[in-house]
Design a binder for this molecule. Structure first.
Ligand SMILES: [Zn+2]
Length: 345
């Protein structure tokens, strides 16, 4: 997979430029038995399009393509460059969007079509991925007490990080966007691998974890707390100590992002939304990360995260609602019209 970037609009026009960004990578589909139809053979049922990535986020990305196409077919062109960025690696690092920033793409606003139910994301968490590797001492199961079981040594490690998660959630009052959220910081025990044989004490185990951090948090300070938690476990638990834990950061290492209040970009999007939906634009804080941090933090560009309705992202029977997708396409087109301005071809 590669990044693809297109550009439509007058480079020497007097409008405001725009980056429209969406990711094409998806997360694994899991066992096929959990799906009603094949995850990679898209199917429409009840005006919903089912398939892995339909909602997260081929839907939002497609809406951007069709919004630009509609403007072109109506005989118009934006008054400033509109960069359409189809990027990779949003789900594991953000390196696709980061590569666009590194290549020098910059605009007056960024719009990311992540599927948050036709609401604007005004605050979002950051994410850290980390991996714990344990080394056991393999022996025959008949003398298991003489070995070091790398799989069992992982149990107190999980418990230790659950405790850290609790403490981080207790800090939510310091973060106004998340103070009312029931559980803003989610630790996900995402992957576990270990052992080679049912009658051998396992010589190795690997655990992959994901945890959120609040917007404004320092990545290095939160990493220090992750490392301290492991050091404490080594001191307190003999089995963990014997399993010689190693900690590796193996992917996501991204800050959270808060959209500055009352930007022109947000106001234009709100009016485009109201014009299509006849209802005010909802604002939400979400406990997931998006690529917005690269535009918002690294380029000081307002990064609007706004996309269609659907359900079950990262789950079985993921779908995007097609009526919502059509309306979101109209909002995008109207936003381009008002933000960039348009002129006849
Ligand atoms: Zn996504």
């Amino acid at each position: 997979m590669v990044n693809v970037i297109g550009n439509y609009g007058n480079a020497d026009g007097n409008g405001r430029s725009l980056i429209m960004n969406g990711h094409i990578d998806v997360v694994p589909e899991g066992p096929l038995s959990g799906w009603t139809s094949h995850p990679y053979k898209p199917e429409v049922r009840d005006n919903k399009l089912f398939g892995r990535g339909a909602n997260d986020m081929k839907g939002g990305l497609t809406a951007k393509v069709f919004a630009l196409k509609a403007i072109k077919e109506a005989g118009y062109k934006p008054n400033a460059p509109v960069y359409l960025q189809s990027v990779v690696e949003e789900e594991c690092t953000g390196n696709g969007a980061l590569a666009c920033v590194a290549a020098g793409y910059k605009a007056d606003a960024a719009l990311i079509g992540e599927p948050f139910d036709e609401a604007l994301v005004t605050a979002q968490v950051g994410v850290i991925w980390f991996q714990i590797k344990l080394s056991g001492k393999p022996v025959h199961a008949e003398r298991a007490t003489e070995g070091v079981n790398a799989v069992e040594a992982m149990l107190p490690v999980i418990a230790g990080y659950r405790e850290m998660e609790k403490q981080w959630n207790n800090e939510k009052m310091n973060y106004p966007d998340f103070a009312q959220h029931q559980h803003p910081i989610n630790l996900n025990v995402g992957e576990f691998h270990g052992g080679d044989w049912t009658s051998s004490v396992p010589a190795w185990a690997v655990l992959n974890l994901r945890i959120a951090i609040y917007p404004g948090d320092s990545l290095s300070e939160r990493s220090r707390q992750i490392e301290k938690t492991l050091q404490n476990l080594i001191q307190e638990n003999g089995l963990v100590k014997k399993a010689k834990p190693v900690l590796v950061y193996h992917g996501f290492y991204g800050e959270g992002y808060t959209l500055p209040e009352n930007t022109d970009a947000e106001n234009e999007l709100a009016s485009a939304h109201e014009g299509i939906f006849n209802s005010p634009l909802k604002r939400i804080a979400v406990t997931a990360a998006t690529d917005s941090r690269f535009f918002g933090i690294y380029q000081n560009t307002p990064a609007l995260v706004y996309g269609p309705s659907g359900e079950r992202i990262h789950a079985f029977d993921e779908y995007v609602d097609l009526d919502s997708l059509k309306n979101i396409t109209k909002v995008y087109a109207r936003f381009i019209q008002n933000w960039c301005g348009i002129t006849e071809l």
